[in-house]
Design a protein around this ligand. Structure first.
Ligand SMILES: NC(=O)c1ccc[n+]([C@@H]2O[C@H](COP(=O)([O-])OP(=O)(O)OC[C@H]3O[C@@H](n4cnc5c(N)ncnc54)[C@H](OP(=O)(O)O)[C@@H]3O)[C@@H](O)[C@H]2O)c1
Length: 180
């Protein structure tokens, strides 16, 4: 289970912050999964803690949404992530249909990567899930979340131990599949 993530607080938004967010939330997840892939036994499970803040609907461009839906490799997801970062650096991101959410786009990339990885690991029976823990009282939410950390861990733990392996590649919140 991979839970690491960062989110800048308030209105902080800029090229360096966007890159750090993307590196931690998407590239970091990818790096760990690529190392895990070799170690995890057939039939194992990978759970990536993503966020409902990173759903496809945050993209204002239908062309961008289609490209995320069509992504079939980690490289394609990384290229989309880089496009967002370039857009933030040049100031053209909004015109191109990206939202002003570094966290949201990084989590969208993470969840899209989880779906791609699920497809790749299917032949080995390794299940890969993306999920949102809900609004949890942690450092990230400045302890304002209405769920305790134990409650937030419920869906990720359920996915790691009990969820049907046939549902690999899907996105979950509160133990229910969420439209992505
Ligand atoms: N809290 C919420 O309401 C909420 C909602 C939706 C999704 N999520 C997701 O849930 C996951 C857990 O978040 P949380 O609420 O528990 O946040 P948190 O309290 O801020 O914890 C994040 C953890 O990630 C670690 N981390 C950050 N950058 C790292 C790096 N570069 N290398 C290694 N570890 C790093 C932090 O380690 P240090 O303490 O050592 O920095 C910390 O242990 C995240 O993926 C977050 O996006 C949270």
């Amino acid at each position: 289970m991979w839970c690491t993530g960062i989110a800048y607080k308030g209105n902080i938004f800029g090229p360096e912050e966007a890159r750090k967010t993307m590196e931690t939330n998407f590239a970091g997840t990818r790096a760990v999964c690529e190392r895990l892939e070799r170690l995890i036994p057939d039939g194992g499970r990978i759970v990536n803690v993503c966020s409902l803040a990173g759903k496809l609907s945050i993209l204002r461009s239908s062309e961008l949404r289609s490209r995320f839906e069509a992504a079939k490799s980690a490289e394609e997801v990384a290229a989309l992530a880089e496009e967002f970062l370039q857009g933030v650096a040049s100031g053209s991101y909004s015109k191109e249909g990206w939202p002003a959410s570094m966290y949201g786009v990084s989590k969208l990339c993470e969840a899209t990567y989880s779906r791609v990885l699920a497809e790749q690991l299917k032949p080995r029976g390794v299940a890969v899930y993306a999920c949102c823990p809900g609004y949890v009282a942690t450092d990230m939410s400045s302890h304002k979340g209405h769920k305790t950390p134990e409650q937030g861990a419920d869906t990720p733990m359920w996915l790691a131990l009990d969820a049907p392996a046939s549902d690999s590649g899907k996105f979950y919140s509160d133990r229910k599949e969420q439209p992505f």
